[in-house]
Design a protein around this ligand. Structure first.
Ligand code: NAD
Length: 337
């Protein structure tokens, strides 16, 4: 039987390896998988005992009978033993973010986003892992003409980060064509937001400014548009990518809500009932003006339909932030998710 015919056919994976499990998307995915009955081997180099953000991300998984955490750096740890018996590997570990990818940190981006993925691909091939789901990014499209980006559009990455994500997904797709290579689904996530979002991302920054009264640094004029995707929707697409037998190749995960950064600020100010103090800075090079997904393939192949709109998603995100000790919650409009 070929590798491509060995996928689990139920909606529940028995055992999965998830890299980047202490991160924003990874920790939500780990929770969803463990709750659905999958044994999850979560791998991340961040350590809960020294990193409070990591500890907060993993809090709900601590002591979970189906979650096993391994603190390790994928650039040099032994990978084969982790993969034994895995139905799928979710490769989410990466260094994200456009701005710091310019300059001296680029070597770290290359190491974690490309070379570590290469190590995982070699191990998946040796251990005969049937499927690898890899986190790619909408940033691979670069500047667009305003039309929604479809997977077959020519990628034009505009930052060092985007170049590493394109290299990563293409490396995975090349391994998928090798005898014994895993079937690969590369998910191009579009601006994922929601509870526990990385603190460098815009929705978190806008809510942080709203909840603390501190200024919001707005890079550019705020008219940049993004295809915002709520975390639960992103997780649903990621699980579908591992279990739908016919899924392979690149798939956009975006299309929940396209809105500008100014629209996000408007929603936040409505929810907190006061203005945010904005400090405008120069646009970041490599930060494109528009990302918008054509979700047709995700719909057809994964049966994926995003459920949460931007207003409800930001409200849920704000509620989670407002309950943490570092924020004092101001007046919040009653609102149902
Ligand atoms: P995150 O930074 O919260 O999580 C990434 C995790 O990977 C971190 O916990 C980090 O410690 C871990 N990691 C990095 N290098 C590692 C290494 N060498 N060994 C072990 N662990 C390592 O980021 P996120 O926002 O959750 O993003 C997850 C994935 O999705 C990334 O691949 C990112 O490029 C991709 N992505 C995210 C978004 C988004 O909107 N959040 C959009 C597009 C693509």
């Amino acid at each position: 039987m070929s590798q491509r015919e060995q996928f689990p056919t139920t909606s529940t994976l028995r055992r999965a390896v998830l890299t980047g499990s202490a991160g924003f998307i990874g920790s939500h995915l780990a929770q969803a998988l463990a709750q659905a009955g999958t044994t999850v081997i979560g791998v991340d180099r961040r350590d809960s005992s020294t990193d409070p953000a990591c500890a907060a991300n993993l809090a709900a998984l601590r002591g979970h009978p189906r979650y096993h955490h391994v603190t390790a750096d994928l650039c040099n740890c032994a990978i084969d033993p982790l993969l034994i018996d895995a139905d799928a590997v979710f490769q989410l570990a990466a260094i994200p973010g456009v701005r710091p990818s310019w300059g001296p940190q680029f070597g770290d981006y290359l190491a974690s986003n490309v070379l570590a993925t290469h190590r995982i691909l070699e191990a998946c091939t040796r251990i005969s892992v049937p499927r690898l789901v890899v986190a790619s990014s909408s940033s691979v499209y670069g500047a667009t003409d305003g039309a929604p980006s479809a997977e077959d559009d020519r990628p034009m990455p505009a930052s060092p980060y985007a170049i590493t994500k394109l290299a990563e997904e293409q490396l995975c797709l090349a391994y998928a064509e090798r005898p014994g290579g895993p079937n690969v689904v590369a998910l191009r996530y579009f601006s994922v937001y929601g509870p526990r979002q990385r603190s460098d991302m815009f929705t978190h920054c806008a809510l942080h400014a709203g909840l603390t009264g501190k200024p919001l640094h707005l890079y550019g004029d705020g008219r940049q548009q993004r295809g915002f995707t709520y975390i639960d929707d992103a997780v649903a697409a990621t699980i579908a990518a591992a279990v739908v037998p016919t899924a392979h190749g690149t798939i956009n995960v975006g299309g929940g809500s396209t809105a500008s950064l100014l629209d996000v600020i408007d929603i936040v100010t409505t929810l907190i009932s006061h203005d945010i103090h904005i400090e405008q800075d120069e646009a970041i090079s490599g930060d494109v003006l528009l990302t918008r997904a054509d979700p047709t393939r995700a719909r057809k192949v994964l049966g994926w339909h995003p459920q949460v709109d931007l207003h409800n998603g930001i409200h849920a995100h704000m509620q989670e932030m407002a309950t943490t000790a570092s924020y004092r919650c101001r007046t919040v409009q009653p609102h149902k998710l």
